[in-house]
Ligand binder design. Structure first.
Ligand code: PMP
Length: 329
């Protein structure tokens, strides 16, 4: 019989999918590493698994313990999945601006969700940072802290990076990824630079205004990437280049990925692909560009894939509205 013991055993080994229509103008192939095919639906399954296993090994997380993290998104799902497999409790602390759908997903996996007010500064005792810190001080609680946990980039150094090298038979010349905690780009980047003896170029994609591309952290709408501070998980030496992408370009490309390549993915994927296509335009035909797509698009149906939401920010060009069936009828 062919089966795995548990769904967690399916984390990693995601495929590379070639972009066709969107890259039709360039001779250089762009291959997308499709991370929504992880069992929890995102690249964060990888870090969840490694952070938990490292904490077990170090004794920080003991049998029957509780995992507490300020997250509402992909990292929460990954942690909830791994926690369930290993018999830990999970408490996620999130601000009240987080959609009910996201909270429901975490609860569906059996996690507890504590909701805190958004309208207070981080140092306020009721902020979601303060609440998660207080919880984490309790006996039996462990906080992974994805922004300050070496297992985050290490998971990519040990899994994502080697997978890409093997899948491209060492022919990759450019790696493009968005930067949130910086774990993905730092871990994959370090592995690819080492194994290729510095030949692979590492390109960070960043929302315009974030610190990584020289901004001050001005608000942008793409989720999961860009910061207003420098996390320890980001290796500031790793990128050869950072490409800043506007919200409009990120979201337009996200919709194009669904429409043209049948890849229903999140907004940070559109951002990374927008950067990757720019890289491919100026690359040599023998080059191979790999771009990492962190998550799927179902969590963004009421935003990126909603015409009214897009139009309210002026992101909708006439090419990207719904079909014209209404006109015919
Ligand atoms: N895209 C999405 C949707 C994410 O959730 C994250 C993680 N914050 C990233 C991109 C960036 O990945 P990393 O944290 O490894 O830099």
């Amino acid at each position: 019989m062919e089966y795995v013991e548990h769904v967690v055993d399916l984390v990693g080994d995601t495929p590379l999918v070639k972009l066709n229509t969107l890259n039709a103008g360039a001779a250089t192939p762009v291959l997308a590493k499709v991370e929504y095919l992880n069992p929890g639906g995102s690249v964060k399954d990888r870090i969840a698994l490694r952070m938990v296993e490292a904490a077990e090994a170090s004794g920080e997380l003991r049998p029957g313990g509780t995992i507490v993290e300020p997250t509402s998104g992909n990292t929460g799902v990954g942690l909830a999945m791994v926690a369930q497999r290993k018999g830990y409790r999970c408490v996620f602390v999130c601000p009240d601006k987080v959609s009910e759908d996201k909270r429901n997903v975490l609860e569906a996996y059996g996690a507890e969700v504590v909701v805190c007010p958004t309208a207070v500064p981080p140092e306020h005792p009721e902020s979601y940072y303060s609440v998660s810190d207080r919880l984490a001080e309790q006996d039996g609680y462990w906080k992974p802290n994805q922004y300050n946990n070496a297992s985050n980039p290490e998971s990519h150094y040990h899994s994502t990076g080697p997978e890409i090298w093997k899948q491209t038979q060492g022919r990759i010349t450019h790696f493009v990824a968005g930067i949130g905690t910086g774990g993905t780009i730092s871990g994959v980047g370090r592995y690819l630079k080492e194994v290729s003896e510095g030949r692979v170029r590492i390109i960070g994609a960043d929302p315009e205004g974030s610190v990584y591309s020289g901004g001050k952290g001005r608000p942008y709408l793409v989720e999961g990437v860009g910061e207003d501070f420098w996390p320890n998980t980001y290796d500031r030496e790793i990128c050869d280049e950072i490409v800043a992408v506007t919200d409009a370009d990120s979201f337009t490309m996200t919709r194009d990925l669904a429409r043209e390549e049948a890849l229903l993915v999140g907004g940070s994927c559109g951002m990374a692909v927008a950067a990757a296509l720019r890289v491919a335009e100026r690359a040599d035909p023998d080059d191979v560009v790999v771009v990492l797509l962190p998550d799927g698009g179902r969590g963004y149906l009421t935003k990126v894939f909603n015409d009214s939401w897009m139009a309210s920010y002026g992101f909708l060009s006439p090419d990207h509205t719904g079909g014209s069936v209404g006109d015919v009828l």
